[in-house]
Design a protein around this ligand. Structure first.
Ligand code: ADP
Ligand code: MG
Length: 238
Protein backbone atom coordinates (compact mmCIF):
# COMPACT_ATOMS: atom_id res chain seq x y z
CA UNK A 1 0.00 0.00 0.00
CA UNK A 2 0.97 3.58 -0.47
CA UNK A 3 -0.22 7.11 0.05
CA UNK A 4 -1.61 9.08 -2.86
CA UNK A 5 -1.27 12.83 -3.28
CA UNK A 6 -3.32 14.93 -5.66
CA UNK A 7 -1.70 18.34 -5.84
CA UNK A 8 -3.33 21.35 -7.54
CA UNK A 9 -4.59 19.14 -10.32
CA UNK A 10 -6.42 20.65 -13.26
CA UNK A 11 -7.91 18.96 -16.29
CA UNK A 12 -9.09 20.45 -19.55
CA UNK A 13 -10.74 18.70 -22.44
CA UNK A 14 -9.89 20.98 -25.36
CA UNK A 15 -10.67 24.53 -24.23
CA UNK A 16 -12.98 23.45 -21.42
CA UNK A 17 -11.55 23.06 -17.92
CA UNK A 18 -13.49 20.44 -15.91
CA UNK A 19 -11.20 19.99 -12.87
CA UNK A 20 -10.22 23.33 -11.36
CA UNK A 21 -7.29 22.73 -9.02
CA UNK A 22 -7.93 19.80 -6.69
CA UNK A 23 -5.82 18.93 -3.62
CA UNK A 24 -6.32 15.62 -1.81
CA UNK A 25 -3.92 13.77 0.52
CA UNK A 26 -4.77 10.12 0.93
CA UNK A 27 -2.95 8.22 3.66
CA UNK A 28 -1.44 4.76 3.44
CA UNK A 29 -4.21 2.20 3.77
CA UNK A 30 -6.99 4.78 3.88
CA UNK A 31 -10.41 4.24 2.25
CA UNK A 32 -11.39 7.56 0.67
CA UNK A 33 -14.68 8.11 -1.15
CA UNK A 34 -15.09 10.79 -3.82
CA UNK A 35 -18.74 11.77 -3.86
CA UNK A 36 -20.72 14.36 -5.77
CA UNK A 37 -23.41 14.76 -8.42
CA UNK A 38 -23.08 13.37 -11.91
CA UNK A 39 -20.67 15.40 -14.05
CA UNK A 40 -18.70 16.92 -11.14
CA UNK A 41 -15.45 15.26 -12.26
CA UNK A 42 -15.14 12.14 -10.08
CA UNK A 43 -14.35 9.73 -12.91
CA UNK A 44 -11.97 12.16 -14.58
CA UNK A 45 -10.02 12.53 -11.34
CA UNK A 46 -9.92 8.78 -10.80
CA UNK A 47 -8.83 8.19 -14.39
CA UNK A 48 -5.99 10.69 -13.93
CA UNK A 49 -4.84 8.75 -10.84
CA UNK A 50 -5.00 5.54 -12.89
CA UNK A 51 -3.13 7.09 -15.81
CA UNK A 52 -6.05 6.74 -18.22
CA UNK A 53 -6.29 10.52 -18.68
CA UNK A 54 -3.45 13.00 -18.92
CA UNK A 55 -3.03 15.63 -16.21
CA UNK A 56 -3.28 19.16 -17.61
CA UNK A 57 -1.71 20.89 -14.59
CA UNK A 58 -0.48 19.88 -11.15
CA UNK A 59 0.84 16.53 -9.99
CA UNK A 60 -0.27 13.15 -8.76
CA UNK A 61 2.06 11.17 -6.51
CA UNK A 62 1.92 7.54 -5.44
CA UNK A 63 4.18 7.30 -2.42
CA UNK A 64 6.95 9.83 -3.06
CA UNK A 65 6.91 9.34 -6.79
CA UNK A 66 5.30 11.70 -9.30
CA UNK A 67 3.38 9.46 -11.68
CA UNK A 68 2.09 12.09 -14.13
CA UNK A 69 3.93 10.62 -17.07
CA UNK A 70 3.82 6.93 -16.17
CA UNK A 71 1.51 4.71 -18.23
CA UNK A 72 -1.19 2.81 -16.26
CA UNK A 73 0.82 -0.41 -16.36
CA UNK A 74 3.68 1.19 -14.43
CA UNK A 75 1.61 2.77 -11.65
CA UNK A 76 0.96 -0.28 -9.49
CA UNK A 77 -2.72 0.66 -9.34
CA UNK A 78 -5.71 -1.58 -10.08
CA UNK A 79 -9.08 -0.18 -11.09
CA UNK A 80 -12.54 -1.75 -10.83
CA UNK A 81 -15.07 -0.24 -13.22
CA UNK A 82 -18.83 0.15 -13.22
CA UNK A 83 -19.13 -1.94 -16.35
CA UNK A 84 -16.87 -4.73 -15.22
CA UNK A 85 -16.17 -6.16 -18.66
CA UNK A 86 -15.26 -9.79 -18.03
CA UNK A 87 -13.98 -11.82 -20.95
CA UNK A 88 -17.02 -13.96 -21.85
CA UNK A 89 -15.03 -16.77 -23.46
CA UNK A 90 -12.71 -17.21 -20.45
CA UNK A 91 -13.39 -19.14 -17.27
CA UNK A 92 -13.40 -17.20 -13.99
CA UNK A 93 -9.88 -18.36 -13.15
CA UNK A 94 -8.58 -17.23 -16.54
CA UNK A 95 -10.34 -13.88 -16.24
CA UNK A 96 -8.48 -13.39 -12.97
CA UNK A 97 -5.16 -14.71 -14.28
CA UNK A 98 -5.15 -12.83 -17.57
CA UNK A 99 -3.39 -9.63 -16.50
CA UNK A 100 -0.75 -11.61 -14.60
CA UNK A 101 0.03 -13.85 -17.56
CA UNK A 102 0.23 -10.78 -19.76
CA UNK A 103 2.96 -9.51 -17.44
CA UNK A 104 4.86 -12.76 -17.83
CA UNK A 105 4.38 -14.04 -14.27
CA UNK A 106 5.18 -17.73 -13.91
CA UNK A 107 2.28 -20.17 -13.91
CA UNK A 108 2.72 -21.34 -10.33
CA UNK A 109 2.69 -17.84 -8.88
CA UNK A 110 -0.34 -17.01 -11.05
CA UNK A 111 -2.38 -19.94 -9.79
CA UNK A 112 -1.41 -19.24 -6.17
CA UNK A 113 -2.57 -15.65 -6.50
CA UNK A 114 -5.80 -16.64 -8.24
CA UNK A 115 -6.57 -19.24 -5.58
CA UNK A 116 -5.90 -16.81 -2.76
CA UNK A 117 -8.09 -14.09 -4.31
CA UNK A 118 -10.84 -16.65 -4.95
CA UNK A 119 -10.68 -17.73 -1.33
CA UNK A 120 -10.90 -14.14 -0.07
CA UNK A 121 -13.89 -13.42 -2.33
CA UNK A 122 -15.72 -16.73 -1.87
CA UNK A 123 -15.20 -17.61 -5.53
CA UNK A 124 -13.41 -20.93 -5.09
CA UNK A 125 -16.41 -23.03 -6.25
CA UNK A 126 -16.81 -20.90 -9.36
CA UNK A 127 -13.29 -20.86 -10.78
CA UNK A 128 -14.16 -23.17 -13.68
CA UNK A 129 -17.36 -21.40 -14.65
CA UNK A 130 -17.85 -18.88 -17.41
CA UNK A 131 -19.12 -15.34 -16.63
CA UNK A 132 -22.56 -16.07 -18.12
CA UNK A 133 -23.01 -18.82 -15.52
CA UNK A 134 -22.64 -16.33 -12.65
CA UNK A 135 -24.98 -13.93 -10.86
CA UNK A 136 -24.42 -10.17 -10.96
CA UNK A 137 -22.81 -10.18 -7.53
CA UNK A 138 -20.50 -13.04 -8.43
CA UNK A 139 -19.43 -11.25 -11.59
CA UNK A 140 -18.66 -8.16 -9.57
CA UNK A 141 -16.51 -10.30 -7.27
CA UNK A 142 -14.60 -11.66 -10.28
CA UNK A 143 -13.96 -8.07 -11.37
CA UNK A 144 -12.58 -7.37 -7.89
CA UNK A 145 -10.57 -10.58 -8.08
CA UNK A 146 -8.85 -9.34 -11.20
CA UNK A 147 -7.73 -6.29 -9.23
CA UNK A 148 -6.72 -8.22 -6.08
CA UNK A 149 -4.47 -10.75 -7.85
CA UNK A 150 -2.23 -7.92 -8.93
CA UNK A 151 -1.59 -7.02 -5.27
CA UNK A 152 -1.44 -3.32 -6.17
CA UNK A 153 -0.41 -0.36 -4.01
CA UNK A 154 -3.76 1.31 -4.69
CA UNK A 155 -7.31 0.22 -5.58
CA UNK A 156 -9.57 2.54 -7.56
CA UNK A 157 -13.31 1.87 -7.79
CA UNK A 158 -15.57 3.82 -10.15
CA UNK A 159 -19.21 3.30 -9.12
CA UNK A 160 -18.70 -0.47 -8.99
CA UNK A 161 -22.16 -1.20 -7.59
CA UNK A 162 -24.38 0.99 -9.73
CA UNK A 163 -25.47 -1.88 -11.99
CA UNK A 164 -26.61 -4.06 -9.08
CA UNK A 165 -30.03 -4.15 -7.47
CA UNK A 166 -30.55 -2.36 -4.15
CA UNK A 167 -30.24 -5.38 -1.89
CA UNK A 168 -27.08 -6.67 -3.50
CA UNK A 169 -25.63 -3.17 -3.48
CA UNK A 170 -25.91 -2.98 0.30
CA UNK A 171 -24.39 -6.45 0.68
CA UNK A 172 -21.48 -5.63 -1.63
CA UNK A 173 -20.71 -2.44 0.32
CA UNK A 174 -20.08 -4.61 3.34
CA UNK A 175 -18.00 -7.07 1.34
CA UNK A 176 -15.81 -4.34 -0.13
CA UNK A 177 -15.25 -2.88 3.33
CA UNK A 178 -14.37 -6.31 4.73
CA UNK A 179 -11.97 -6.79 1.86
CA UNK A 180 -10.34 -3.48 2.72
CA UNK A 181 -10.09 -4.38 6.38
CA UNK A 182 -8.35 -7.58 5.39
CA UNK A 183 -5.96 -6.27 2.73
CA UNK A 184 -5.56 -2.66 3.98
CA UNK A 185 -4.85 -1.50 0.45
CA UNK A 186 -5.16 2.27 -0.07
CA UNK A 187 -8.51 2.76 -1.83
CA UNK A 188 -10.15 5.60 -3.74
CA UNK A 189 -13.82 4.83 -4.30
CA UNK A 190 -16.13 6.94 -6.47
CA UNK A 191 -19.89 7.10 -6.04
CA UNK A 192 -22.70 9.61 -6.56
CA UNK A 193 -24.59 7.94 -3.69
CA UNK A 194 -24.11 9.85 -0.43
CA UNK A 195 -25.35 6.96 1.72
CA UNK A 196 -22.79 4.65 0.15
CA UNK A 197 -20.13 7.30 0.78
CA UNK A 198 -21.14 7.84 4.39
CA UNK A 199 -21.22 4.15 5.23
CA UNK A 200 -17.99 3.12 3.52
CA UNK A 201 -15.50 5.96 3.86
CA UNK A 202 -12.73 6.66 6.33
CA UNK A 203 -12.94 10.14 4.83
CA UNK A 204 -15.18 11.55 2.14
CA UNK A 205 -14.27 14.13 -0.48
CA UNK A 206 -17.36 16.09 -1.54
CA UNK A 207 -17.04 17.49 -5.06
CA UNK A 208 -19.06 19.91 -7.15
CA UNK A 209 -18.30 21.27 -10.62
CA UNK A 210 -14.67 20.17 -10.68
CA UNK A 211 -13.86 21.45 -7.19
CA UNK A 212 -13.52 19.92 -3.75
CA UNK A 213 -16.11 21.43 -1.40
CA UNK A 214 -15.10 19.54 1.75
CA UNK A 215 -12.90 16.68 2.95
CA UNK A 216 -13.49 14.96 6.26
CA UNK A 217 -14.71 11.96 8.19
CA UNK A 218 -18.33 11.15 7.37
CA UNK A 219 -19.78 12.25 10.70
CA UNK A 220 -17.71 15.42 10.75
CA UNK A 221 -19.01 16.36 7.28
CA UNK A 222 -22.55 15.42 8.26
CA UNK A 223 -22.45 17.42 11.50
CA UNK A 224 -20.50 20.38 10.18
CA UNK A 225 -21.01 20.78 6.43
CA UNK A 226 -18.69 23.46 5.03
CA UNK A 227 -21.42 25.14 2.99
CA UNK A 228 -25.00 24.90 1.74
CA UNK A 229 -24.07 22.65 -1.16
CA UNK A 230 -22.52 20.03 1.13
CA UNK A 231 -25.40 20.29 3.58
CA UNK A 232 -27.95 19.80 0.81
CA UNK A 233 -26.11 17.00 -0.92
CA UNK A 234 -25.24 14.96 2.15
CA UNK A 235 -28.60 15.60 3.79
CA UNK A 236 -30.80 14.62 0.87
CA UNK A 237 -32.21 11.11 0.49
CA UNK A 238 -30.46 9.00 -2.17
P1 ADP B 1 -18.57 12.24 -12.94
O1 ADP B 1 -17.77 10.98 -12.98
O2 ADP B 1 -18.50 12.97 -11.62
O3 ADP B 1 -20.00 12.04 -13.36
P2 ADP B 1 -16.90 13.04 -15.17
O4 ADP B 1 -15.53 13.03 -14.62
O5 ADP B 1 -17.32 11.87 -16.00
O6 ADP B 1 -17.94 13.28 -13.99
O7 ADP B 1 -17.10 14.34 -16.04
C1 ADP B 1 -16.70 15.63 -15.59
C2 ADP B 1 -16.92 16.63 -16.72
O8 ADP B 1 -15.98 16.38 -17.75
C3 ADP B 1 -18.29 16.55 -17.36
O9 ADP B 1 -18.69 17.84 -17.69
C4 ADP B 1 -18.03 15.72 -18.60
O10 ADP B 1 -18.96 16.05 -19.62
C5 ADP B 1 -16.63 16.14 -18.98
N1 ADP B 1 -15.89 15.08 -19.69
C6 ADP B 1 -15.55 13.87 -19.19
N2 ADP B 1 -14.84 13.16 -20.09
C7 ADP B 1 -14.73 13.94 -21.20
C8 ADP B 1 -14.10 13.79 -22.47
N3 ADP B 1 -13.43 12.67 -22.78
N4 ADP B 1 -14.19 14.82 -23.34
C9 ADP B 1 -14.84 15.96 -23.01
N5 ADP B 1 -15.45 16.17 -21.84
C10 ADP B 1 -15.40 15.19 -20.92
MG1 MG C 1 -18.39 8.99 -13.39
Amino acid sequence: MSNVTVRRVRKSFGPVEVIHGVDIDIADGEFVVLVGPSGCGKSTLLRMIAGLESITKGAILVGDKIVNHLPPSQRDIAMVFQNYALYPHMKVKDNMAFALRLRGMDAREVSQRVERAAEILGLTPFLDRYPRQLSGGQRQRVAMGRAIVRDPQVFLFDEPLSNLDAKLRVQMRTEIKELHQRLKTTTVYVTHDQVEAMTMADRIVVMQDGRVEQIGEPLEVFDRPANLFVAGFIGSPS
